[in-house]
Design a protein around this ligand. Structure first.
Ligand SMILES: [Zn+2]
Length: 694
């Protein structure tokens, strides 16, 4: 699915290689420490007591896993992603800290002040809930549900989080040259609809704890315990009804199910209890006649709720969303209570991260293309961009060769696939043109107001796209981000400078490790254009079927093999009366397909590169052949530990498989692995039957 809000594209699984959002929290005043570059291959991480043909992940990562438990302020600790994120974040903090102390330019003054306001906990403490009280006062004045449209546009015009639904501008999925208004489900506070609906004892307990948490937050805000309990019950009732009407994350992977162009008059008929015309007009978006209503059933249900729930319940719901949406930015009591439930209970984080990390993340989120300018100057030389270009070209050629030799695909579809591949655009490192944030008002003394100004800027930036030509050069990730993505409507692959660093990519290391690291990531993003979701879009980024019916059928059978394979992988072991959780093979299908394709085509590109240099895959370094080093470099990207709570949460919300299964799930589908390590056919990593899509 191509969501209207690009950040949610990643959370909903269209293409990011790793979408664990950077955790944000308050925490201790631990001073930032430099993080050295991370090695592409760490021989001491290997557990030689394990047979690589039996469990390659354990072989490649065993010692690292044993020696690197999850730090108290993290929920996932990955050898590459987490450590590189720490490093990139530290380098970014250097810039922010210097700008906060002694800004040299107006840009530095802006992001330095933003960062400093976030760090100023004394002022945040002194201001208390004052910065959110105008929103609460406005909510208190609500007299009937018919005034909700007016109230919500007021809240959004003031940059205040409000729940309910998601509205914005995005590309028309059937005509990617057009930018249209779009409306999607939303309004939940827990991480997924299943948290409200799953009847197991585990989730019943979580729901009780959630209601207790909402109650506690309201009492911290000054309500009596009785009032707070009543409000929390109303919040739970409304959110549960919204969850029931929401599409599941697996359903959301099907873009055709979310394409419902209608007129505003038709939307009024679908959900007449909400004043859509008022809401759109007051939001300041240019007038429009038609829009895409991504999730019509949600809005039908919302309409019924608007009439069935008393107005006091809506006030409680909105008050909650204003409070919850800004809990991390309020005084410590709110921060701590929010941490205790959302970070500790739900994710297993033991202690908050140091505040400088949260403030660095939040500044990057709000002003990323301002802070990123200095960051790339220091950390991403032009030569790195050139080398990445060459790698991408090599990977494109491999995918083309792979398509040519696919035994199951007809010549007609192969040609169409090659055409789509030829049209994939690439963006490497950072934008050619930086976004202009000069209209974002930043004060050194008003943290929450800064966030409000930033939210309004982002919303207006998005609204301003309506009816305008698409900006193909726009980025959905900031330069220091350790991630990558494919966007089906743009048909482009995007690699921020933040991931084009060791251990993914290192000038000083051999091609086997670079292809196993960043090469596989590039191949992964390209393959997203051809996974169960991306394959529904053509090279122009339009939702259009370019497959013959027979190839469709064959493709469905191939992807089903992958879905079944991963559904058999245990993600979290049984705990007491809570049964083990297994991966959802359908939710993770796109990512797993991309991993399998990426591993194969990066390997092919390495073979071609070495052949071009007259070198063999069998030559050895440190006792391992080039082929073995490729697989080791790949596997060590994914060495990780995680809390059991986040393992369980990820099964429901994360379209990516955990590191263990990203490694064993892919190598067991790729015969080159078994051959490289001299495995016997029939061993776990070299099975007789395996799955292959691309
Ligand atoms: Zn991906």
């Amino acid at each position: 699915m191509k969501s209207i809000f690009l950040t949610s594209v990643l959370l909903l699984g269209t293409g990011a290689v790793f979408a664990q959002s950077p955790p944000a929290s308050e925490g201790s005043a631990a001073a930032p420490k430099p993080v050295p570059p991370i090695k592409s291959l760490d021989l001491s991480a290997i557990d030689k007591n394990v047979d690589p043909c039996v469990d390659f992940y354990q072989y490649a990562c065993g010692n690292w896993i044993k020696d690197n438990p999850v730090p108290a302020d993290q929920v996932v600790w990955a050898r590459s992603f987490s450590q590189l994120r720490e490093r990139d974040q530290y380098l970014l903090w250097n810039d922010l800290d210097a700008a906060a102390k002694d800004p040299k330019t107006s840009l530095e003054k802006q992001y330095g002040d933003f960062y400093a306001a976030c760090m100023d906990t004394a002022t945040i403490e002194k201001d208390g809930t004052e910065p959110i009280e105008p929103a609460w006062n406005k909510i208190a004045g609500l007299e009937s549900a018919s005034q909700l449209a007016d109230l919500m546009s007021w809240l959004e015009n003031h940059g205040t989080p409000d729940g309910f639904f998601e509205f914005g501008v995005g590309q028309d999925e059937k005509d990617s040259t057009k930018q249209i208004a779009q409306l999607y489900q939303g309004g939940l506070s827990l991480p997924d609809r299943d948290y409200y609906l799953n009847s197991s004892a585990h989730y019943e307990t979580i729901r009780k704890e959630y209601v207790a948490h909402v109650t506690k937050m309201f009492t911290l805000a000054g309500d009596t315990p009785e009032e707070a309990a009543k409000e929390a019950a109303a919040v739970m009732q409304i959110e549960t009804a919204m969850a029931k009407a929401s599409m599941s994350r697996t359903e959301l992977r099907d873009p055709t199910k979310q394409y419902h162009i209608m007129t505003v008059a038709q939307l009024d008929q679908l959900a007449p209890s909400f004043g859509w015309t008022t809401y759109f007009r007051q939001s300041g978006i240019r007038p429009f006649e038609t829009l895409n209503v991504g999730t019509p059933d949600f809005f039908k249900a919302l309409n019924l709720l608007l009439t069935s729930e008393p107005v006091d319940s809506w006030k409680s719901y909105l008050r909650w969303h204003v409070l919850h949406g800004q809990a991390q930015d309020l005084p410590k009591a709110f921060f701590d209570e929010n941490f205790a439930f959302f970070e500790h209970t739900l994710a297993g984080r033991k202690e908050p991260q140091p505040r400088w990390k949260m403030c660095t993340s939040k500044t990057d989120e709000a002003l990323g293309e301002a802070v990123g300018q200095d960051w790339v100057k220091q950390n991403f030389p032009p030569a790195a961009k050139d080398s990445t270009e060459k790698l991408v070209t090599a990977l494109e050629k491999s995918l083309g060769d792979d398509i040519k030799t696919l035994p199951w695909m007809s010549a007609a579809t192969k040609q169409a696939a090659q055409e789509k591949l030829d049209m994939i655009r690439r963006k490497i490192g950072y934008p050619d043109k930086w976004r202009d944030y000069s209209s974002v008002k930043v004060s050194r003394e008003a943290w929450i107001e800064n966030l409000h100004h930033s939210a309004v800027y982002e919303r207006d930036y998005n609204f301003n796209k309506l009816g305008k030509p698409v900006d193909e050069k726009e980025w959905a990730m900031t330069p220091p981000t350790v991630n990558a993505y494919y966007d089906p409507s743009f048909n482009d692959i995007n690699f921020p400078a933040g991931i084009l660093q060791p251990p993914f990519f290192d000038f000083k290391t051999d091609p086997a490790l670079n292809y196993g690291g960043i090469g596989m990531v590039i191949g992964h993003e390209m393959t997203h254009g051809f996974d169960d979701e991306g394959s529904q879009f053509d090279g122009h980024g339009n939702l259009r079927d370019w497959w013959t019916p027979a190839d469709h059928k064959a493709f469905a059978a191939k992807t089903e093999c992958v879905a079944n394979e991963y559904s058999g992988f245990e993600a979290a072991p049984a705990q007491g009366s809570t049964p083990a959780a297994y991966l959802n093979g359908k939710l993770t299908l796109g990512e797993n397909t991309a991993d399998n394709g990426g591993l194969r085509i990066a390997y092919m590109a390495l073979e071609a590169t070495l052949a071009g240099e007259g070198k063999s895959m069998d030559q050895k370094t440190d006792g391992y052949t080039e082929a073995q080093r490729y697989f080791l470099g790949f596997a060590q990207v994914w060495c990780e530990n995680e809390t059991s709570a986040i393992a369980r949460q990820s099964v429901l919300v994360d379209p990516h498989s955990p590191g263990r299964w990203r490694v064993t799930g892919t190598v067991q589908n790729f015969d080159a692995f078994g051959k490289a390590f001299g495995c016997r056919k029939g061993q776990p990593m070299y099975p007789v039957q395996s799955c292959r899509v691309w």
